[in-house]
Design a binder for this molecule. Structure first.
Ligand SMILES: Nc1ncnc2c1ncn2[C@@H]1O[C@H](COP(=O)(O)OP(=O)(O)OP(=O)(O)O)[C@@H](O)[C@H]1O
Length: 376
């Protein structure tokens, strides 16, 4: 657990970057600090490993007051990942990852073995070990940055906008991999971002800061979306928070409709005969995994991958209400595709069925609330 106890930072020019911060980051969880530019996120983070010293207040890691600890020793127990990875350009990938183990006096062989193990853990081939950072893409460098922070297996990790320098697709992948890794490792993580979507996706809890380093609200993502405490938080969380909040609600079991399906290579006549008057037919592969919809009228000759409509998203039977609604809304056939856990086609669902399910969940939640407690 990391605890900010009335922590302030005033820079010599009089800027109050952080003002009396009270906050706890629980053990084994991801706490995200989010807020507008200049609200003191980085300053708060760097005070944890004493790269910046607080002007007043204390930061505790478990029952140890960090200000009384040797700063170098403190830092060796804390992994630190920054934007653009911050790798040493003249050291190989393996040497970068082994930085802290070498400082801790591990022998070379053990440190290299650890570097190779971590490369695999973060999804990179071990053949990258002897490359230099400039020979890696931005996303790959970022993975090496995470591997380096994990090298000495520190219980605490500080991450300052680690994924913001890469394109949105790579960022999404890195976030997913990071969540998987954290699922295995259970580190105590404080993560800084200015991106509320990233905060909502990654945080077990999200702390919204306002300029001056004051805590506006700290809550689990679903609570933040559903119950922002004031206009500042509501504005920051964004307009489509109602829709995004559905991403935290498991979809109930809904009755799924069967579909006539086709396969790549089926003839136009076969498809049209099976479809009858229905303009859209779902194409599945040999394992009955959905590939996309075809407009039955547009099939000439045989069904080929070129005529597949790929705009529709696919929801899983154990997914969220948001996945389910999005599958229905994005489907050209208006019927959202739902798959089982193994990816095989389970059936389709209509948007109004999902909305009815949302309404029922809301009614059940309201009925379960004691009178007068609905506002917060
Ligand atoms: N060394 C410094 N001297 C004076 N002021 C500073 C110094 N470092 C940061 N500040 C100021 O302190 C405030 C908080 O800065 P900080 O970098 O912690 O914010 P941030 O929330 O991480 O911002 P961003 O999202 O833009 O990176 C800002 O007003 C910044 O200008």
């Amino acid at each position: 657990m990391i605890r900010f106890d009335s922590v302030s930072k005033e820079y010599p020019d009089g800027t109050v970057a952080v003002g009396g911060l009270e906050m706890t980051a629980p053990t084994g969880k991801i706490t995200v600090l989010v807020g507008p530019s200049g609200c003191g996120k980085t300053t708060s983070l760097r005070m944890i490993n004493r790269m910046i010293e607080p002007t007043s207040g204390r930061i505790w890691i478990d029952d140890r007051d960090t200000t009384t600890m040797d700063a170098a020793e403190l830092r060796r127990g804390i992994g630190y990942v920054i934007q653009q990875a911050g790798l040493f350009p003249h050291r190989t990938v393996a040497a970068n990852i082994a930085t802290v183990p070498m400082l801790l006096g591990w022998d070379r062989k053990k440190a290299r073995a650890r570097a190779l193990e971590l490369l695999e853990r973060v999804g990179l081939p071990t053949s990258f070990a002897d490359r230099y950072p400039s020979q890696l893409s931005g996303g790959q460098q970022q993975r090496v940055g995470v591997a380096r922070a994990l090298a000495a297996d520190p219980p605490v990790m500080l991450m300052d906008e680690p994924f913001s320098a890469v394109d949105p697709v790579v960022r999404d992948q890195l976030q997913d991999e990071f969540l998987r890794l954290q699922g295995d490792l259970g580190k105590t993580i404080v993560f800084v971002t200015h991106d509320i979507d990233e905060a909502i996706k990654l945080g077990d809890q999200v702390a919204v800061l306002r300029v001056g380093g004051k805590l506006a609200q700290i809550a689990e993502p679903a609570r933040l979306l559903g119950h922002p405490v004031d206009d500042f938080v509501a504005d920051f969380v964004g307009r489509d928070r109602g829709y995004r909040g559905l991403g935290f609600q498991r979809a109930p079991k809904l009755p799924l409709a069967a579909e006539t399906t086709a396969r790549l290579g089926d003839s136009a006549e076969q498809v049209r005969a099976a479809a009858g008057t229905e303009p859209w037919t779902l194409v599945v592969d040999e394992g009955r995994r959905p590939l996309g919809w075809v407009n039955t009228e547009q099939v000439a000759g045989t069904v080929s991958s070129e005529v597949l409509h790929r705009g529709g998203t696919v929801a899983s039977t154990n997914g969220t209400l948001r996945n389910l609604l999005d599958a229905a809304l994005s489907s050209p056939a208006r019927r959202g595709v739902v798959v089982d856990e193994d990816g095989t086609f389970a059936g389709t669902v209509l948007a109004h069925q999902v909305l009815d399910a949302i309404e029922s969940e809301r009614a059940a939640a309201a009925a379960a609330q004691p009178a007068g407690s609905a506002a917060r």
